[in-house]
Design a protein around this ligand. Structure first.
Ligand code: KG4
Ligand code: ZN
Length: 361
């Protein structure tokens, strides 16, 4: 393999069909994401069968677009990295099969990448973070704290045992009749709301450890809305804003307190350049983001959040994870099979949840 390594990345584990080309110096030559939001909009969540079909239809188009955007052909690529799990199995399979076909046809090496490792290694692509660092993955499908020790060694400190926070934002928005995705809608609605009018629960805060739970919070929002509707026949504009603000404050409190605990655990490993990164769509929330920044500052830890297009699902992170594995001589998952569940830390107790976007780990 040449010293200059050019990697094609392929991602199809959830509802984004993505292909990207990344060089080992960290240059993203192209990154194409075909999202399926409109296909699933009417169903209130990602429909696995629809997702799998859409990936199969768009995967080759996305790869061609990524090659075109980079001004390359397959001959210019040194190796192919593909998400082999965890995720919705139909989508993962379509990416793996396409990648296997491309690799066989072109004779290029193929590296099976863990989607969560893709997210967790992104701060090295964007900010050149040194190991070990702490990462919080917080999106519509994931919520976990990981210490990243190397491209293939992670320790999971805790995660959600049911819904991911993004799912809770989406469901709360639906309950309030606000548009999807729910995160930005709730954030906007909350601006004119009073976060203290309704007392929403902070689940699992009274228990030690870093596991989290968000489904009870969603039920509390449902009950609050139904009580108001029963008492006064509907919600006022102010009611809706106050519910949104109270919900957002509860999620933020949980994430910040669990982050403090995760940071304490991480600092006990005596990192030489302590750093925490956040990844995933929920990282776009300014209250959560600025709260995390403050917590990190208080604890003497550098805080970084990759740009949103690299925080949400994309294939550049998969190509980069492939590059990181090649550099340390790890061939990726062998033999390459599509896996619905694939915890990054196999020694951590399993997170049992299964959200609307597939298995939790
Ligand atoms: O990482 P992502 O694009 O996809 C996966 O879930 O894999 O994250 C999407 C999630 C959605 O649930 C969306 O509501 C949430 O991120 N989100 C936000 C915000 N922007 C997006 N949640 C809270 N506040 C936001 N501003
Ligand atoms: Zn993801």
């Amino acid at each position: 393999m040449s010293k200059q390594l050019t990697m094609l990345g392929i991602e199809s584990s959830c509802d984004d069909t993505a292909a990207a080309i990344v060089r080992n110096d960290g240059t993203i030559l192209s990154s194409v994401v075909v999202d399926q939001t409109t296909l699933h909009a009417a169903f209130g969540g990602v429909v696995p069968e629809i997702a799998a079909r859409a990936h199969t239809e768009k995967m080759d188009v996305a790869v061609e677009a990524a090659l075109d955007e980079a001004g390359m052909t397959l001959a210019d690529i040194d190796a192919i990295a593909v998400t082999a799990g965890p995720g919705l199995i139909g989508g993962v399979l379509s990416g793996v099969m396409l990648a296997q076909g491309l690799a066989k046809g072109s004779g290029k090496p193929l590296i099976g990448v863990n989607h969560l490792a893709g997210h967790a290694l992104t701060p090295r692509l964007t900010d050149k973070l040194e190991f070990p660092y702490l990462v919080l993955l917080v999106s519509g499908g994931h919520c976990q704290f990981l210490i990243a020790y190397s491209p293939n060694a992670f320790r999971r400190l805790g995660g959600t045992i049911d819904d991911a926070p993004g799912e809770a934002f989406d469901k709360t928005a639906r309950l309030l009749g606000l548009p999807q995705p729910g995160g930005p809608s709730i954030e906007n609605e909350a601006k004119s709301g009073d976060p203290e009018r309704f007392e929403f629960p902070r689940p699992l805060l009274n228990r030690p450890g870093m596991d989290m739970s968000f489904s009870g919070l969603k039920t509390a929002v449902l009950r609050c809305r139904d009580d108001l509707v029963a008492a006064q026949g509907g919600l006022t504009v102010q009611d809706s804003a106050d519910i949104a603000a109270g919900f957002q404050a509860a999620v933020t409190d949980v994430l910040l307190e669990k982050s403090r605990r995760a940071l304490t655990e991480y600092m006990a490993t005596s990192p030489s350049q302590p750093a925490m990164a956040v990844a995933g769509g929920v990282a776009a929330n300014s209250m959560i983001r600025s709260g995390l920044e403050t917590v990190c500052r208080e604890m003497g830890v550098a805080f970084t959040a990759p740009p949103l297009r690299l925080c949400t699902d994309n294939a550049a992170m998969i190509a980069w994870a492939g590059i990181e594995l090649v550099r340390i001589g790890d061939p990726g998952q062998q033999p390459l099979v599509a896996r619905p569940r694939w915890p990054l830390d196999t020694t951590a107790p399993s997170l049992l949840g299964h959200g609307k976007k597939g298995a939790k780990a």
